[in-house]
Design a protein around this ligand. Structure first.
Ligand SMILES: Nc1ncnc2c1ncn2[C@@H]1O[C@H](COP(=O)(O)OP(=O)(O)OP(=O)(O)O)[C@@H](O)[C@H]1O
Ligand SMILES: [Mg+2]
Length: 465
């Protein structure tokens, strides 16, 4: 042993060692291979017949199999070994198998390779050649397994970043059914629902269900584009098309080619621009601003609005032909107050997310807090629930969220006229509002209320906040 090798830790961790399964019906062959492999640092297990080999594969992990093709002494056809090879492939199609054949039976070796053996050795074998073959096969196998693991991890990461659409209520079942049916299609979908009901989450889910999912969904807030930038944003421009166009620009439609384009707040698109949208939706053709070259795009369009587009169209503010292109299918998301059974599931989802983010040991909701959430009208829908729970997690001092952590105005305080409230109720209301506005930051809330931090603390204690 050279000096360098002596410095290397003698026995690598058990899991790191290469495991070889040796199958041969001759005891002297098994023994010779066992000694050779052991000397090379391998962990070798030996078996004498096909049944034992399959059993060993069932109960242990191996990096490579080295097997003889003949087991019954009186036959040399190798058929038994070939059958065994197929059985091994069926159990694990990637595990490398190296076969040993009698000297001169090249045809059998070829047949074995055709059946999936990775390499072959002729008996009597050459030790160096045997070791080289094993090393090569094991390295290859490990590389494949590593790549597979990486890919699985990437898939998980991708799935992890994707928002999940959480829903179990009866009221939302028809929506779920429609989503699973049209998600995979190329149909244009118009998603409607009040503020914060989850229109964007639905769009992302539809995209994720489709064959276009390997590319990212491109989102445009069509309602929020400043005058004059609409066309350039959506269709791109060429250098010099207008004063500020210093370089070519790719528009969102081109970016979303072979993917999905999500047009948010679609009702806010001015009539003039609606005509431009209509053309690309009808023909799949568009030009960059300042260019006469027509480009073809293959884009699935999802759009969302909280307006009543039929009404808008009846009143002449939205082109009916555009509406017709956009709403091949229309998905309506009911407001949260019409599907209260979803509240516990959504609440737990947000609780877990924020407890992790803010490293808080909050595990659940006190019964009264859950009841309070079930009773709340949620005018801001799921987004409001999301924000309330983020705040509650920040505020919480116990392992369960309390009613006071939620910071939901009591319905009484919310609807009662201030003149009819007691001074204490008004004070409580103002403190809650200030805390909610400043996300539970006591210093900021105190400053906004014109109180010292300690004065605010005293009042919070008094009201059990
Ligand atoms: N079913 C759901 N499951 C999980 N999270 C949801 C669900 N619905 C909404 N959310 C969350 O609530 C918030 C609001 O959702 P989203 O932005 O999709 O609503 P929206 O309908 O597009 O609202 P707006 O009309 O204001 O644009 C987001 O943080 C989203 O992740
Ligand atoms: Mg939205």
């Amino acid at each position: 042993m050279s000096k360098v090798e002596e410095l290397v830790p003698a026995a690598p961790a058990q899991t790191q060692r290469t495991r070889v399964l040796v199958a041969d019906d001759q005891a002297d062959v098994r023994e010779a291979l066992r000694l050779l492999l052991k000397a090379e640092g391998y962990l070798a297990e030996t078996v004498s017949n096909p049944a034992a080999l399959l059993e060993a594969l069932q109960s242990n992990e191996f990096d490579v199999v080295l097997m003889d093709l003949n087991y019954q002494r009186d036959t040399t056809s190798g058929q038994e070994g070939i059958d065994l090879l197929s059985q091994i492939r069926a159990m694990d199609s990637k595990l490398p198998v190296v076969v040993m054949t009698a000297w001169g039976s090249v045809e059998l070796a070829v047949e074995a390779m055709r059946r999936g053996a990775r390499d072959f050795l002729q008996k009597p074998w050459d030790n160096q050649r045997l070791l080289t073959i094993l090393r090569t096969q094991v390295d290859l196998y490990r590389t494949i397994r590593r790549a597979e693991r990486l890919e699985a991890e990437n898939n998980l990461l991708r799935a992890h970043n994707r928002p999940v659409f959480i829903a179990e209520s009866k009221a939302i079942q028809p929506l779920l059914t429609l989503m699973s049916r049209i998600g995979p299609s190329d149909a244009n979908v118009l998603i409607t629902g009040d503020h914060g009901t989850g229109k964007e989450v639905v769009a992302q889910t539809l995209h994720a269900l489709s064959a276009r999912a390997s590319r990212p969904m491109v989102t445009v807030n069509t309602g929020g584009l400043p005058e004059g930038t609409f066309e350039s944003e959506l269709f791109g421009h060429v250098k010099g098309a207008f004063t500020d166009a210093r370089a070519d620009r790719v528009g969102r439609f081109e970016l979303a080619d072979h993917a999905t384009l999500f047009l948010d707040e679609i009702a806010n698109v001015p009539l003039k621009q609606q005509a431009k949208l209509l053309r690309v939706l009808e023909t799949g053709e568009m030009e960059r601003v300042g260019s006469s070259k027509t480009r073809k795009v293959n884009v699935r369009v999802l759009s969302a609005t909280n307006a009543d587009l039929k009404q808008e169209s009846a009143e002449g503010r939205f082109r009916s032909d555009l509406l017709f292109r956009l709403n091949t299918v229309e998905l309506h998301i009911p407001p949260l107050r019409e599907r209260r059974e979803d509240i516990p599931l959504l609440a737990s989802h947000f609780l877990k997310m924020y407890a992790e983010r803010y490293r808080k040991q909050v595990k659940g909701f006190e019964t009264a807090a859950m009841q309070r959430m079930l009773d709340h009208p949620w005018p801001g829908n799921v987004r409001e629930l999301d924000h309330s729970i983020e705040r509650a997690v920040l505020m919480s001092t116990l392992s369960q969220i309390q009613v006071s952590d939620l910071g939901l105005e009591s319905d009484k305080a919310g609807s009662a006229k201030i003149e009819e409230m007691s001074l204490e109720d008004v004070e409580l209301l103002l403190i809650k509002k200030a805390l909610a506005r400043h996300s539970g930051n006591i210093s900021h809330a105190a400053e906004a209320l014109g109180l010292s931090r300690s004065a605010l603390y005293r009042r919070m204690e008094k009201y059990g906040l």
